[in-house]
Every structure is written in C-alpha cells, then in structure tokens.
Design a protein around this ligand. Structure first.
Ligand code: NDP
Length: 281
C-alpha cells in the first residue's frame, strides 16, 4: 500500500481547488528548533507552495512565553488570508500544548487537535480530523480493505494518531481494540487483527509472528536508527499480510496530502461553500 500515487492525486486535486478558490492560506507555528520538526514543517510548506497556496512559516524562539504564543495564534486567527493553522507539537518544555491548540480557531484547526474538533470526532460527527488518520482511511479505502465488521487493532493512543484512527475505524463499523504501552501480550491482540494500525514509535515492534495471514497492516512509525529510517513494522510482515504500507513512502506522503485537503475544506467553509467545517462539510 504505497502512499505516493494516491497522495499525488490528492495534491493535484487540491491544486485545482486552490485555483478555483483564488487564494488559500496555511500557516504553521514552530516554537524552538527541533530538527525533525523543522524537516516536517519544510515538507508541509513545499507541498503547500506546490499546490499554489499562500503559506506562512512562523518560527518562534523557545524562550517565548505562553501568553506571547497565544497572541501569535490569535493574530493568525484574525488574519483573513489564513484558512488553516497548524502548531507543531510537542512544544518545548515550559509551554502548554493543550493551551496552545485550544487557542486556535476551531474552523482553522486543520490538524484537528482543538478540543471542539476532537470532541466532534468522538461524538461520531467528525469535522476537522488529524491528517495522518485521514490518510490511513484514504489508503484503506483506495485498496478496498473491508472495514465493516472487521477486527481492527490500533497500537498507540496519541491524540494525533492512535485515538482518532480508532474512532474513524469505529465509525466505519470495525470492532476496534486500542493497545498501548501497558497492554499485556501485544501479540495476542494483533494476531486477531484483520486491520492493524501501528503508531507506537518503536522500531519494528510488530514482527511476522504477530500478524494474521491476509491482514492489512498500516505502519505509521517513523524511527531514525543507525541503519536509517525504519517503521514500527518489520518489512518481512509483507510475506504474511495482504497489504503493508512501506516506510518511507506509505503513510507519510498521505499525511501531507490530507493536511492540504483539510486546508481547502477550511477555506471552503470560511467562504460559505460548506455547511460544516472539515470532512462533515
Ligand atoms: P506518541 O509517542 O505520542 O504515542 C505513541 C503511542 O504508542 C503511545 O500511546 C504509547 O503508549 C504507545 N506505545 C509505546 N510503546 C509501546 C509498546 N511497547 N507497546 C504498545 N504500545 C506502545 O507517538 P505518535 O502517535 O505521535 O506517533 C507514533 C509514531 O508515528 C512515531 O514514530 C511518529 O514519528 C510517527 N508518526 C508518523 C506520521 C506520518 O505521517 N507517517 C505522523 C505522526 C506520527 P502510552 O500511551 O501507554 O505511552
């Protein structure tokens, strides 16, 4: 399940939408200089620029106060040329992630992290949903992986991947199990999975003996090791699974494409072209 071809298609559609809408603006806020965050932000801006969006890259010093950060977000909320705002998490120590995301206007929250959007997803009426889970659902749909009645196992319970993908799978009528670092006997859970989504951030935590034959396996993990970039799933799992997303080139490209799509949705909603923000529109 490569992400590249589908991501290219989504990005081409986004570029068409941007042309049609005239101007679409995406702003990112990065506090401090974490090198991995800088790379992710750069990729997002390259993709936004390629799609013809107006993109704003706010880089703030790690010494910034919570109040100053909230003021920066408030200024972007008030900027009519900005449709989507993304605050790169986690913030440096001393700053409150939750307070920063709560400061984002929910309509512009294209990362789907504001409590309003997270709550709407929990209630089964999703609005802005985080890009990575949306990308995973798009990949599963593209490969016609049956979800209704399927057993889905998610490893990881973060607000940005594990919890939202579990909710989306639940809404697609899968029977969902969420595993985490306190889960006893992970293999007992994963061996039951028709669909296995792995977002633990632990190199090759899922091995061939943990996967049911014919399962669809989505590897979200991005781990920098001495032998290069590896996922959370041993690539040999491809011998057992019906589908496996590669790392790199699987979920990563989809995340960026869906962030752009979310920004177009925010722009449409702000122009009165959608009844609700986000995917519910
Ligand atoms: P977090 O660190 O926020 O969450 C990791 C989750 O995995 C936690 O819920 C944790 O459990 C669980 N976990 C950790 N170790 C184990 C274990 N041994 N067994 C079972 N569960 C475990 O990470 P994210 O969700 O933000 O990201 C996960 C991975 O996905 C990372 O590698 C990240 O780089 C990658 N990522 C990739 C993206 C892409 O576009 N491809 C986008 C976003 C993330 P607990 O809650 O108990 O601590």
């Amino acid at each position: 399940m490569k992400g590249g071809p589908l991501a290219e298609r989504v990005r081409a559609e986004v570029a068409d939408d941007v042309r049609e809408l005239g101007q679409v603006g995406l702003a990112t806020v990065q506090v401090g200089e974490d090198p991995a965050s800088t790379i992710y932000i750069r990729r997002k801006h390259e993709a936004a620029d390629e799609a013809g969006m107006h993109s704003v890259d706010r880089k703030l010093p790690a010494s910034i106060s919570q109040e100053e950060l909230v003021e920066e977000v408030a200024a972007l909320n008030a900027d009519d040329g900005i449709d989507g705002i993304l605050v790169q998490l986690p913030l440096p120590r001393g700053l409150d992630d939750a307070a920063a995301v709560t400061a984002i206007d929910p309509v512009k929250d294209v990362d789907g992290v504001h409590p309003f959007n997270a709550g709407e997803l929990y209630l089964g009426r999703p609005t802005h949903v985080p890009a990575t889970p949306l990308g995973i659902m798009a990949l599963l749909d593209e490969h016609r992986v049956p979800l209704d009645g399927a057993r889905a196992v998610v490893i990881g319970r973060s607000d940005i991947v594990g919890k939202p993908i579990a909710h989306l799978l639940l809404q697609a009528h899968a029977t969902v199990t969420i595993c985490h670092s306190h889960t006893d006997d992970l293999a007992r859970q994963t061996l039951d999975a028709d669909v296995l989504v792995v977002a633990a951030g632990v190199p090759e935590i899922v091995t061939t003996d943990m996967v049911k034959s014919g399962a669809a396996v989505v590897d979200v993990g991005i781990n920098r090791t001495e032998s290069g970039l590896v996922g959370d799933v041993d690539p040999d799992v491809a011998k057992v699974a019906a589908f496996l997303t590669p790392v790199p080139g699987g979920v990563g490209p989809m995340t960026i494409a869906m962030l752009l799509e979310n920004t177009v949705r925010a722009a449409r909603f702000r122009r009165g072209l959608l009844a609700f923000p986000g995917i519910r529109g």
